[in-house]
Design a protein around this ligand. Structure first.
Ligand code: IPE
Ligand code: IPE
Ligand code: MG
Length: 228
């Protein structure tokens, strides 16, 4: 198979860090560190391939229920990642966006994220959209509440317009690593007609070749959107 159709918007549920570490006799935090080290190569591979928008699921609204040490480590890695990334995002004409309820994050992390989004808001080549304290249901509920408050009619279009990602369109392809075949609250509204690709490869092992396999697989899909 070859890659002859590039999805404009790709979502990735980056799963399997914990199991990757456990398999090596290490603690889960080690897996998260390796997982965060893997982000850059996949971002580069995707953007080089012509993907316009990449939406990465980094921390779900349910992930707060993990042990405190693990949550703390994930927050620390997010801080480190965003700080390091800001310089690169700007250089490469990439717009950084973070979707999720940011109010629950530390003031420090909120500020790093806001600075990154502000500094890159006029970049147009690509969008790197990262889900942090993100939940698809919460996003839909927020959108509907905004409409009720404003007195606007609730329609498919008006809900879409009030999702975090309205400007970036809907994912053409959603990839989940780590073997589970579920969405775990990721882009529920936007994903109504996304092509889904599940792979057993754990996120820290998901390299450029694996990403290309997902693109090849997508190239063979026929998207009917309910038509014949
Ligand atoms: C994905 O890896 C990262 C987050 C959900 C934050 P996991 O931590 O879920 O790894 P597994 O699924 O337990 O292996
Ligand atoms: C989904 O993975 C969330 C992220 C990848 C950030 P989880 O590991 O939290 O999902 P479940 O618990 O297996 O559904
Ligand atoms: Mg998991």
């Amino acid at each position: 198979m070859e890659i002859n159709k590039i999805p404009s918007h790709v979502g990735i549920i980056m799963d399997g860090n914990g199991r990757w570490a456990t398999l090596r006799g290490k603690n889960r935090s080690y897996g998260h560190k390796k997982g965060s080290d893997n982000v850059d190569r996949i971002v580069s591979q995707a953007f080089d391939a012509g993907v316009k928008t990449l939406s990465l699921y980094a921390f779900s609204s349910e992930n707060w229920s993990r042990p405190k040490e693990e949550v703390d480590e994930l927050m620390r890695l997010l801080e480190k990642y965003f700080k390091k990334f800001i310089g690169k995002v700007l250089k490469n004409n990439v717009r950084l966006f973070v979707m999720g309820d940011l109010t629950a994050l530390s003031d420090k992390l909120q500020k790093i994220i806001e600075d990154g989004m502000r500094a890159s808001k006029d970049n147009v080549a690509h969008v790197l959209n990262i889900g942090v304290n993100y939940g698809g249901r919460q996003e839909i509920v927020n959108a509907v509440n905004k409409l009720i408050k404003s007195g606007r009619e609730v329609t498919e279009k008006s809900i879409s317009e009030n999702l975090y990602t309205y400007e970036f369109g809907e994912p053409d392809l959603i990839i989940r690593t780590g073997g589970e075949c579920r969405l775990s609250n990721f882009m529920l509204y936007q994903g109504a007609y996304s092509e889904l690709y599940f792979t057993d490869v754990l996120w820290p092992d998901f390299d450029e070749k694996e990403f290309d396999k997902a693109l090849e697989n997508y190239s063979g899909r026929v998207r009917r959107f309910g038509k014949v």
